[in-house]
Design a protein around this ligand. Structure first.
Ligand SMILES: NC(=O)c1ccc[n+]([C@@H]2O[C@H](COP(=O)([O-])OP(=O)(O)OC[C@H]3O[C@@H](n4cnc5c(N)ncnc54)[C@H](O)[C@@H]3O)[C@@H](O)[C@H]2O)c1
Ligand SMILES: O=c1ccn([C@@H]2O[C@H](COP(=O)(O)OP(=O)(O)O[C@H]3O[C@H](CO)[C@H](O)[C@H](O)[C@H]3O)[C@@H](O)[C@H]2O)c(=O)[nH]1
Length: 298
């Protein structure tokens, strides 16, 4: 299907998954408009995206420094351009922080997204790919989880994802012209092969992979391995890690699906590999790939 020239709005496009997805969107022929408030990213990330894609594709990116909670600013972006669809990454994502400061999560993730739906509706843009998370499965009794596994959020961050999924389902149920895909990511890791973009969160990383990376470059002294008595092959916790470029391609596939004439309603898809890796296996794999020893507390 021809995507040449279609204009996609990418919220949170300066972030980890956003930057990698923007690269793939441009390569597929889309034009991209990015909204970000640099809450957890830096402007340089967008310069790096431009370096990766080269000047011809870089000319197809526009950027708006906008906070989704500011509906007036958001409207100005929609008033200027007619978007063919939206990929919505923007939001906060740290589980621990959400337990300590739940209102931050309700404010950013819920209000920001509700504003986005309102403005999309007003400007008749009704195709959305939404960043959900495997966190909506809570602690599932049976793995691997499939899309109809029971949904059960366990913390405020997870609840925002679950609420936002329910909101998407309600909207598409009431208004049949919406087309929404909910992508439930497992654990996104790694970086673009150029090494020019990657995962570089502000502050001390919450996630395993960026933490390991910062130990490797000497920014952090050692990795604390959380838990050694899980019922797993080496006692450390197992997760399903998916390469961020595969995840980015998953967004392109989802977007293309929204442009097929027979796609209707709101549909969730898991984005993972179906394979589990333990924390110690992850450390060993990183050491092998990088040639560096990762100091880890045991
Ligand atoms: N990385 C993961 O492990 C993971 C797993 C499952 C789901 N997700 C979801 O995927 C999405 C993207 O995750 P990521 O890893 O790229 O995170 P990220 O923090 O790197 O990117 C999010 C981007 O959104 C921006 N942003 C946040 N609030 C904003 C607001 N109110 N207005 C405008 N911009 C705002 C941030 O500045 C950042 O650039 C998030 O919704 C996250 O919850 C991530
Ligand atoms: O310093 C660290 C950081 C992590 N871990 C371990 O490494 C594994 C992966 O941890 P991450 O924090 O990278 O990933 P989680 O699966 O715990 O959490 C991620 O997946 C969740 C969905 O299950 C949510 O989406 C959440 O936002 C996202 O960070 C876990 O076993 C964790 O205990 C450590 O041992 N040490």
């Amino acid at each position: 299907m021809k995507m040449e020239g279609k204009l996609v709005l990418v919220t949170g496009g300066a972030g980890f998954i956003g930057t990698h997805t923007v690269v793939q969107l441009l390569k597929e022929g889309f034009r991209v408009s990015i909204i970000d408030n640099f809450d957890n990213s830096v402007e340089e990330a967008l310069d790096r995206v431009k370096e990766v894609v080269g000047p011809a594709l870089a000319a197809k990116i526009e950027f708006h420094f906008v906070d989704l909670r500011n509906k007036d600013d958001l409207e100005k972006v929609f008033a200027k351009s007619k978007f063919d669809g939206v990929i919505h990454f923007a939001g906060r994502k740290a589980v621990g922080e959400s337990v300590e400061y739940p209102r931050r999560y309700f404010d950013n993730n819920l209000i920001g997204t509700i504003n986005l739906y309102e403005v999309m509706a007003k400007y008749n843009c009704k195709k959305m790919v939404f960043s959900s998370s495997s966190t909506v499965y809570g602690q599932p009794e049976k793995i691997p989880c499939v899309e109809d596994t029971e949904l059960k959020a366990m913390n405020p961050y997870g609840r925002t994802k679950l609420f936002l999924e329910e909101i998407a389902r309600d909207i598409s149920q009431a208004e049949s012209d919406w087309q929404i895909i909910l992508l439930r990511y497992f654990n996104p890791v790694a970086a673009h092969e150029s090494g020019k973009i990657g995962e570089d969160p502000k502050g001390i990383p919450n996630n395993l992979m960026p933490y390991i990376q910062q130990v490797a470059v000497g920014r952090l002294p050692e990795l604390n391995v959380y838990g050694h008595d899980y019922p797993t092959r080496d006692g450390t916790a197992i997760r399903d890690y998916i390469h961020v470029m595969d995840l980015a391609d998953g967004h392109i596939a989802a977007l293309k699906k929204l442009f097929t004439p027979d796609f209707k309603g709101c549909v969730p898809y898991n984005l993972g590999t179906g394979r589990g890796t333990s924390v110690l296996e992850m450390v060993a794999a990183f050491e092998k790939a990088s040639g560096k020893v990762i100091g880890a507390s045991t």
